[in-house]
Design a protein. Structure first.
Length: 346
């Protein structure tokens, strides 16, 4: 007897994937569209492929370069207008036009191995999950990008946990980008267009609540190019933290404990600092907190630099990336909660 997908927490279908719709939001990606198209043209998936791109009011040559590159590569490309400019409305516009058996969300900032679409299709067929995906592999080119990549690929940086224990596909709460069965959107709805960030986490929460399953295969990889400065990393993670709050308020739940750990760290630091001048115990606790954090940062930075075969000269930059992640995310979430409380008072 064939296994029942519902028994594994999914009402998905294991029907064959004959066609794939790639959906991607684009805004001022002129520097990235060429490798985006070349990665798609190199895919070894043997079925039909359509590419739907939502242009968010680009004011560079993104669309022209995209069309020219797609025509040269023989890709079936359609550009859809996204007047709102941010990701969620663009994705929804593409999804409404998608005709594939699998809808694969991609991003121009990342690189995709030639087997990416095929592996996603095979995992979807094997599991019947509504959403499948792989492991994010941060890969930088400049010294700062490489340092941020080392920090991201550490458990202390936040994504290393996705690659550790699994020897094969595992059930998870979210995946990077994702490859969706069309029924995922039929049962869970589309992406929340009020969210500028964290629309993936919010949608995947609704997907799981609707009875769907999300599968991660660590053998499926996405090469991600991180931000190239501490200021840009801080801003990115600040926005992640800030937009976590509307998601938690909407669903009246904490998404994961790891998502609130940076907030707890920031709040503890601020409270202890505010009373440190008056209470010696607070000074000792603040010193202990940051001593432990600093020691962990040094240890995980050294481990990541060694594992990646990077120059030890990158170590200070890797260490600097950790507080950009944690303090940026925690500060953004704190501001998000203060803003929400201010609205409640009004």
């Amino acid at each position: 007897m064939a296994p029942d997908p519902a028994a594994n927490g999914s009402r998905g279908s294991s029907t064959p994937i004959r066609t794939i719709s790639v959906v991607a939001p684009v805004r001022n990606e002129g520097a990235n569209v060429d490798h985006f198209v070349s990665d798609l043209a190199a895919q070894d998936f043997r079925g039909g492929l359509e590419v739907l791109v939502a242009d968010g009011n680009s004011d560079d040559d993104s669309v022209e370069r995209l069309r020219a590159a797609a025509w040269s590569a023989g890709l079936n490309l359609r550009v859809i207008e996204n007047p709102a400019g941010w990701v969620s409305p663009g994705l929804n516009a593409c999804i409404r036009h998608a005709r594939g058996d699998l809808i694969v969300r991609l991003d121009c900032h990342s690189r995709y191995p030639a087997d990416y679409l095929r592996r996603c299709a095979e995992l979807s067929e094997q599991t019947g999950a509504w959403n499948v995906g792989g492991r994010l592999v941060p890969t930088g080119t400049t010294p700062m990008e490489r340092a941020v990549a080392c920090a991201m690929d550490s458990p202390f940086g936040g994504i290393g946990w996705t690659r550790a224990a699994a020897d094969g596909p595992v059930t998870t709460d979210t995946v990077t980008f994702g490859a969706f069965r069309p029924e995922a959107f039929e049962h869970a709805g589309l992406f929340d267009e009020t969210l500028v960030r964290n629309q993936d986490d919010e949608f995947n929460l609704r997907l799981r609540r609707a009875g769907g399953q999300i599968m991660l295969d660590p053998d499926i990889t996405v090469m991600y190019r991180p931000r190239g400065s501490i200021a840009r990393v801080w801003r990115q993670y600040y926005e992640y933290g800030f937009w976590k709050v509307p998601v938690m308020l909407k669903h009246r739940r904490v998404l994961t404990m790891r998502s609130v750990a940076p907030l707890a760290f920031v709040v503890a630091t601020v409270l202890l600092f505010c009373v440190a001048a008056r209470f010696p115990l607070a000074r000792r606790l603040l010193l202990l907190q940051w001593s432990l954090y600093g020691a962990a940062g040094v240890a995980f930075a050294a481990r990541s630099v060694s594992e990646h075969g990077e120059s030890w000269g990158l170590l200070p930059r890797v260490m600097a990336a950790f507080p950009a992640f944690h303090l940026g995310h925690g500060s953004g979430q704190a501001v998000g909660w203060l803003r929400a409380l201010g609205r409640l008072r009004r």
